[in-house]
Design a protein around this ligand. Structure first.
Ligand code: ADP
Length: 403
């Protein structure tokens, strides 16, 4: 079975085509700067080569057409026609309280996705657009929506409710939803395989540390709590996002700066976090380099990030009632031994001990804990597309083919 996975953002479409029977990626790539001057298209076929094109991509329709063109024609074609694609798995950021698991898309589902878009106005509309385009261009294939929020729908109410008047939950569904669910689910299941244990028996905290960062308490393979909230602004300090702060700061700054709350929220989303503290970059590679050269605020940003991540890990232990392993993933979690080491330096009291040499691992699966560490520490590169492909396959096997 061949499955195309699409991740449609407002100005980009990333894709991977999987051959599920052989567990292989046939091709991957990205259409970028859609609707802007200087659009680019990149297509990569493992062991065969790359294609890079500067072509106009005025909208998502043209972007998906370019993807189909590269997959089916030219020197780097990998399939004879779209008829070989049995299903398309779409990353959809927000499924609200409606979806606990992936779903085959029909007209009713699209209406609900639009409704969920009120909670993710930047993300859901391009996700929906991608589905609509594929319904036209790859019309025979089953379209499946896989949600970032779905994995966290197993949180109990005492974890997802905010301590504000209950009527806001009833009227507007204001509650914690959590994000990065596909990544947390993937690394949790991979961690169980690496540890050689049944996931049902494991209590883990998965740490997705990238530009956006979140933690998840995974008990027996199910999310029990997570650090992001109604929106992805909550929880950990991030590249440009503030994470948890005193909510009164919003009103205070709006008054002091003479701006509305919207402007303050923009600063909290785009100019805060590691960028706001360091004043130089949101990228941890830049920060680590600057810190080594003695840049005090770069060092402060890394230390704050690490301390807050450690605090977040500790705050999730009550959700689990114990802890077998912590799992590091995403850009920083996979590639920064320094940040992992700083985080774990705060966690010795919890029984987390790293092995200095093993912790040098970058971008590969590794058990980086010291021998005898009561809590194992693992590094597992995330693969959200693979997880989306797997989930899509499960749905496709249940739904009869439509042609
Ligand atoms: P997202 O998918 O949320 O955009 P990623 O998971 O790709 O983010 O993470 C991107 C971040 O990972 C970069 O901004 C950078 O801070 C960090 N990163 C990537 N490689 C390294 C590295 N070798 N050392 C430290 N940080 C790294």
């Amino acid at each position: 079975m061949k499955i195309l996975v699409l991740n449609c953002g407002s100005s980009s479409v990333k894709y991977k085509l999987f051959d599920m029977d052989r567990d292989r990626v046939l091709a991957r790539g990205m259409a970028d700067r859609i609707g802007m001057p200087g659009s680019v298209f990149f297509h990569h076929v493992p062991d065969r080569g790359d294609l890079s094109l500067d072509i106009p991509l005025p909208d998502h329709y043209e972007a998906v057409k370019a993807i189909i063109g590269a997959l089916t024609g030219g020197d780097l074609a990998v399939i004879a026609g779209t008829g070989e694609i049995q299903a398309v798995g779409h990353r959809v950021v927000h499924g609200g309280e409606y979806f606990q698991s992936p779903v085959a898309v029909d007209g009713g589902v699209l209406e609900i996705l639009k409704e969920c878009g009120k909670l993710a106005p930047l993300h859901n509309p391009p996700n929906i657009m991608g589905i609509r385009v594929c319904q036209k261009l790859i019309f025979h294939a089953l379209q499946v929506a896989v949600f970032d929020t779905a994995f966290h729908q197993t949180m109990p109410d005492h974890a997802y409710m905010y301590a504000i008047p209950y009527e806001y939950y009833e009227k507007y569904r204001v509650r914690k939803y959590g994000f990065h669910g596909t990544s947390h689910k993937y690394v949790a299941s991979r961690a169980a395989e690496l540890l050689g244990r049944r996931i049902e028996d494991l209590k883990m905290i998965t740490c997705h540390l990238g530009n956006g960062s979140s933690l998840c308490a995974v008990d027996g393979g199910k999310s029990k709590d997570t650090t992001m909230g109604l929106t992805p602004l909550a929880g950990l300090m991030m590249g440009t996002r503030c994470g948890d702060i005193d909510p009164a700061i919003v009103g205070f700054l709006a008054e002091k700066e003479g701006s509305g709350p919207g402007r303050v929220l923009e600063v909290l989303n785009k100019k805060s976090g590691a960028l706001g503290i360091s004043g130089i970059s949101s990228d941890f590679r830049d920060l680590e380099e600057a810190a080594l050269k003695g840049h005090a605020r770069a060092n402060l940003a890394i230390e704050m990030f690490s301390y807050r991540a450690a605090m977040g890990i500790c705050s999730l232990v009550p959700a689990l009632g114990g802890l077998d392993a912590i799992v590091f993933t995403a850009g920083i979690g996979e590639n920064s031994p320094g940040v992992r080491s700083r985080i774990c330096s705060y966690l010795a009291c919890m029984g987390v001990f790293l092995d200095g040499e093993k912790n040098a691992a970058k971008g590969v699966e590794a058990d980086v804990s010291a021998p005898g560490s009561p809590v194992r520490a693992l590094v597992i590169p995330t693969d959200e597309e693979k997880m989306i492909a797997r989930e899509t396959k499960t749905i496709a096997e249940k739904v009869p083919r439509v042609y």
